[in-house]
Design a protein. Structure first.
Length: 193
């Protein structure tokens, strides 16, 4: 059962785009969470986005909460040390107890977007030796991609940029199975308040 949390708020800056700050910040958070994971076990710290919005104008908002069962897990993470160079752009609260009442629970998980019809057609044309126009006829364009907020990330292993799409799914009850190195999981919930 999650009992403790720490809140981080991205501070507005006229010179730097909020998305750029998110990208740099989440890259550091990912590294910090990865160092807390032992062997092949899941991590003990999950994240939530209190201002999360999907749909027409998807956005994560400017707040993120880190949750843990034990206060010591957040102390060991020492997120302030990991984000020291971004201290002008991020406000970090101390570790707090959860409020006595929560609105509910949610799963925050990584969402893998399906390839667009254009991407599928290009791949099909290349593999099967047909023209792009011919391949495009095989993949209908009516499937609109689900609009999910994302953070632009950079892989340390292959140096490629990628989108970390984050989906929120409301849940009725708490479930704790551990979290991955992004603080996300397909089953584990975090409280919403």
């Amino acid at each position: 059962m999650v009992k403790y949390y720490q809140e981080l708020t991205l501070l507005p800056d006229a010179e730097i785009n909020e998305n750029h700050i998110w990208s740099r910040f989440y890259q550091q958070l990912h590294l910090a969470l990865a160092t807390q994971m032992e062997h092949d076990e899941k991590g003990k710290i999950g994240v939530s986005f209190p201002q999360y919005e999907d749909g027409r104008k998807p956005r994560l908002g400017c707040k993120i909460r880190l949750f843990a069962e034990q206060e010591d897990d957040l102390v060991k993470l020492d997120i302030k040390r990991w984000l020291l160079r971004y201290s002008d752009y991020i406000h970090i609260t101390g570790i707090r107890l959860l409020p006595p009442k929560v609105k509910g629970y949610a799963v925050y998980r990584r969402y893998h977007q399906e390839s667009s019809p254009e991407q599928k057609a290009r791949r099909y044309a290349k593999r099967h030796g047909v023209s792009y126009e011919e391949a495009l006829k095989l993949f209908p364009l009516e499937s609109a991609a689900k609009k999910i907020p994302f953070v632009q990330m950079h892989s340390e292993t292959n140096q490629q940029k990628y989108r970390l799409c984050i989906e929120r799914i409301a849940q009725d009850k708490e479930k704790m199975m551990g979290f991955g190195s992004y603080g996300l999981d397909n089953l584990s919930t975090v409280p919403e308040f």
